[in-house]
Design a protein around this ligand. Structure first.
Ligand code: TXA
Ligand code: MG
Length: 329
């Protein structure tokens, strides 16, 4: 299958029309969101949803996020809204935006979308191209990040092409994504918000709405897809440690936090943000990991960022990239 890339910034309405044609045929389109590029398909058609798993080589136990074009689409997808006051406030404050909320799913949502779970993860993305496609298509879109399973999420159309060339017919290029890390995922329980995946909507943001319950280290959470090794380039990734700097790092790449350093000790040195701006770091992380993932580099060393605010999401992704690899991921 030939993969076409359309410049959706130059020709938005034409690109949106093409995307909707492809979606109506039951095919998949990679689209920009404000976080990362997503691989979108009709969320209510299980045959299409199956194609998403296939294109990504994603195991079917890892559920997908459903994207809506408007807040009132929720009524068709969620059976009931528990803890409604908190959920309503979250939606009012953070949608459209990088916040995914779990709901009890209605029968309209195919079991394949939720990997058989009773909960469906839903968000309303804040990207004009994605929203225009949703509204023109008129139905919710299931969209995991547009990478093959276990790999680094794409933050540019070229990355999505690298991942999915010949597997999907169409990619809309909306330029580099604004936020660079995937949405925050939460589950609301009575009086509490549990953060299942840290993201651009931070703990501090959420604490304005209700008490925060830490998901703890427990990996047995209701997010079965949260396998340890995720977001990983092919090269091994390590956390920077001053005590281990030496000749062994000669063929390694270094990703710094703040001004670059140790440029003579490493083969390639880049910075997440010269001015130590967490937003810039989030935007750049995945594309720097991708840039360093090349034959002459043996491994990638990443300097930790402060773990507050958006730093939590960034460190979560870095740790996942350093985690031991699982076979096939
Ligand atoms: O920013 C984002 O969230 C991007 C863009 C494209 O929207 N999407 C994204 O999707 O990151 P994906 O599939 O790469 O990651 C979704 C995560 C997975 O770890 C999955 O396990 C979890 O969400 N998830 C999805 N549905 C769930 C559910 N019903 N219960 C618990 N976790 C769920
Ligand atoms: Mg993903």
């Amino acid at each position: 299958m030939k993969t076409v890339i359309l410049d959706a910034r130059a020709n938005q309405s034409e690109s949106v029309t093409r995307a909707v044609e492809v979606l109506r045929k039951g095919e998949l389109v990679a689209l920009p969101t404000e976080t990362v590029y997503g691989l979108a398909g009709d969320a209510l058609d299980s045959k299409v949803v199956a194609k998403i798993f296939e294109a990504k080589n994603r195991p079917s136990f890892d559920p997908l996020i459903v994207h809506v074009g408007s807040k009132d689409w929720l009524a068709r997808l969620a059976r009931s809204i528990e803890n409604e006051p908190i959920v309503r406030q979250l939606i009012e404050r953070f949608w459209p935006g990088p916040l995914t909320i779990l709901f009890r799913k209605s029968d309209r949502v195919p079991d394949l979308v939720t990997a058989g779970l009773d909960a469906v993860a839903i968000r309303m993305p804040n990207n004009p191209i994605f929203l225009a496609v949703l509204r023109a298509f008129g139905k919710p879109l299931a969209a995991p990040s547009a990478n093959r399973f276990g790999r680094v999420s794409p933050t540019q159309a070229a990355h999505a092409l690298e991942e999915l060339a010949r597997r999907i017919p169409l990619i809309l290029d909306g330029g580099p994504t604004e936020l660079g890390v995937e949405s925050t995922i939460v589950r609301v329980s009575p009086g509490q918000i549990e953060i299942l995946r840290p993201g651009p909507v931070t703990e501090q943001d959420l604490a304005l709405v209700a008490a925060i319950k830490e998901s703890g280290g427990s990996q047995k959470i209701i997010a079965p897809g949260q396998t340890q090794s995720h977001y990983a380039p092919e090269r091994p990734v390590y956390l920077f440690d001053l005590n281990t700097i030496g000749p062994a790092w000669r063929n390694y790449g270094l990703i710094c936090w703040g001004p670059v350093h140790h440029v003579r000790e490493f083969a390639l040195v880049r910075s997440l943000s010269e001015t130590r701006d967490l937003r810039v770091a989030a935007q750049r992380l995945f594309s720097l990991l991708r840039e360093m993932d090349r034959p002459e580099i043996e491994g990638i060393v990443v300097e930790p960022v402060p773990e507050h605010g958006l730093g939590k999401a960034i460190m979560n992704r870095i740790r996942r990239a350093t985690a031991p690899r699982e076979t096939g991921a």
